[in-house]
Design a protein around this ligand. Structure first.
Ligand code: FNR
Length: 342
C-alpha cells in the first residue's frame, strides 16, 4: 500500500510537464476597462461547510500511508497553517486497514491544530469506518472520492460499483461533519450531481479532466499498459461546471478541481459556478521541486493575485464573479452544443 502511494506521487509529478493547455484556456473574461473597484472593498472569503475560508481555494486530497507521503503531508499541513487555507488528506483507506499508518495522516492535524481539515475515504468503507477517519484527523469535513475509472485501470482495483450510492447515503447519515463527494479527475455529470443531492450530499467537487490523469497513472503501473485508450477520459472541469449550471435538477453546492494551474483558473472556476476550488498536482509539484518555503510564498502570491484580479474585474466577492460576462471557445463550445446547452 505504502509503495502504491509513493508511486502515485512520482507518476503524478511525471505528468506535470504535459499539463500545459486545458479547457480553462477556452474560458475568457470580457474586459471592461472601467469595471474595476477599490482593493479595500474586495474580500476573497467564502463560506464552505459552515466555516469561513479566507480564500476560495484549498489543498485538495492527495496522500498519506507511507513514510514519504507522511513527510509530504507534514509540509502541506505547515503550508496550510502558514497561509490559512483548508486542506484535505489523501484516502485514509490505508489507515483503516493498518492502524500503523496513522501518523502519516495525523500529522495533518498535529501541524495545524486550528486549520480546516478534511478527511478522505472511498465509497466502499462502512459508515463507522468513515467516522473513524474523521476522528483520527478531528476533521471539519469528510471527502468521499468516487473513482470508478481509476479502479477499473488499477490492476488491484475494485470491480463492484453498484453499492456506492447506498454507502454514500449511509455515511452522510452517520458522520457528524459535512460530506463532500468528489471525483479524482474525470468530472461529475449533472445526472451524478442530481443523484448525490438525492442521497443527501451537501457538497460535490466535480474534479474534472485537465490536470492529474489517474487513467494514465494507473495504466503506467500495469505491465502491458492495456488501458491507454482511457487516458483523457471524462468531462473537463469547465465542462462539468457548465453542465451543472444548465441543469434544472437540484445539485449539491459545487466545488471544483482538476487542472487548476493559476489564480486565473481559480477565478474561471468561480465564475462558472464553483463555491471554492481545489488544487492538487500543481501545489505538489511546487513543494517537491522547490520546497516548503517556496510553496508558502507561492500560495501567498495566489492569495494576493486573486484579490488583485477581483479588483480589476469589479467583483467585490468571489460570489460576484458569477455575474461576469464570459467568452467560451473551442472544445468547450462543442461540448455545449452536443449537450444542448445555449
Ligand atoms: C490525488 N487525488 C486523490 N483524491 C482523493 O480523493 N483521494 C486520494 O487519495 C487522492 N490521491 C491523489 C494523489 C496524488 C499524488 C494526486 C496528484 C491526486 C486526486 C485529487 O484530489 C484531484 O481530484 C485530482 O488530482 C485533480 O486535481 P489536479 O491534480 O489536477 O489539481
Amino acid at each position: 500500500m505504502g509503495n502504491r502511494k509513493d508511486e502515485h506521487v512520482d507518476l503524478a509529478l511525471e505528468q506535470r510537464s504535459g499539463i500545459t493547455r486545458n479547457d480553462f484556456d477556452d474560458v475568457r473574461f470580457v474586459h471592461h476597462a472601467l469595471g474595476g473597484v477599490d482593493r479595500g472593498s474586495v474580500s476573497t472569503a467564502v463560506e464552505v461547510a459552515g466555516a469561513n475560508w479566507p480564500v476560495p481555494f484549498y489543498l485538495n486530497g492527495m496522500t498519506g500511508g507511507s513514510e514519504r507521503t507522511g513527510a509530504i503531508n507534514r509540509d502541506l499541513a505547515v503550508a496550510a497553517r502558514e497561509t490559512g487555507i483548508a486542506m484535505a488528506a489523501g484516502s485514509l483507506s490505508a489507515y483503516l486497514k493498518d492502524a500503523a499508518t496513522a501518523p502519516s495522516f495525523r500529522v495533518i492535524r498535529d501541524e495545524n491544530p486550528d486549520g480546516f481539515v478534511m478527511a478522505n475515504v472511498n465509497a466502499t468503507v462502512s459508515s463507522d469506518d468513515a467516522q473513524h477517519a474523521v476522528d483520527l484527523l478531528e476533521a471539519d469535513a469528510l471527502q468521499i472520492h468516487i473513482n470508478s475509472v481509476q479502479e477499473t485501470v488499477m490492476p488491484e482495483g475494485d470491480r463492484d460499483f453498484a453499492a456506492w450510492p447506498g454507502a454514500i447515503e449511509a455515511i452522510v447519515q452517520r458522520v457528524g461533519v459535512p460530506v463532500i463527494v468528489k471525483e479524482v479527475g474525470f468530472g461529475l455529470s449533472s445526472k451524478t450531481l442530481a443523484r448525490l443531492a438525492e442521497l443527501g450530499v451537501s457538497y460535490a467537487d466535480v474534479s474534472g479532466r485537465g490536470g492529474t490523469d489517474f487513467a494514465k497513472i494507473e495504466n503506467s503501473r500495469r505491465r502491458l499498459g492495456d488501458y491507454a485508450s482511457l487516458v483523457g477520459w471524462g468531462q473537463s472541469t469547465p465542462e462539468a461546471l457548465i453542465e451543472a449550471d444548465a441543469s434544472t435538477s437540484p445539485t449539491p453546492v459545487l466545488l471544483a478541481s482538476g487542472g487548476v494551474r493559476t489564480p486565473l483558473d481559480v477565478l474561471r472556476a468561480l465564475a462558472l459556478g464553483a463555491r471554492a476550488v481545489g488544487v492538487s498536482g500543481h501545489f505538489l509539484e511546487v513543494l517537491v521541486e522547490e520546497g516548503l518555503e517556496t510553496l508558502v510564498e507561492h500560495i501567498r502570491s495566489w492569495q494576493d493575485q486573486l484579490a488583485a484580479l477581483q479588483t480589476m474585474l469589479g467583483a467585490p466577492t468571489p460570489a460576484a464573479l458569477r455575474q461576469q460576462e464570459l467568452i467560451l471557445h473551442g472544445a468547450l463550445l462543442e461540448f455545449c452544443a452536443s449537450r444542448g446547452i445555449d
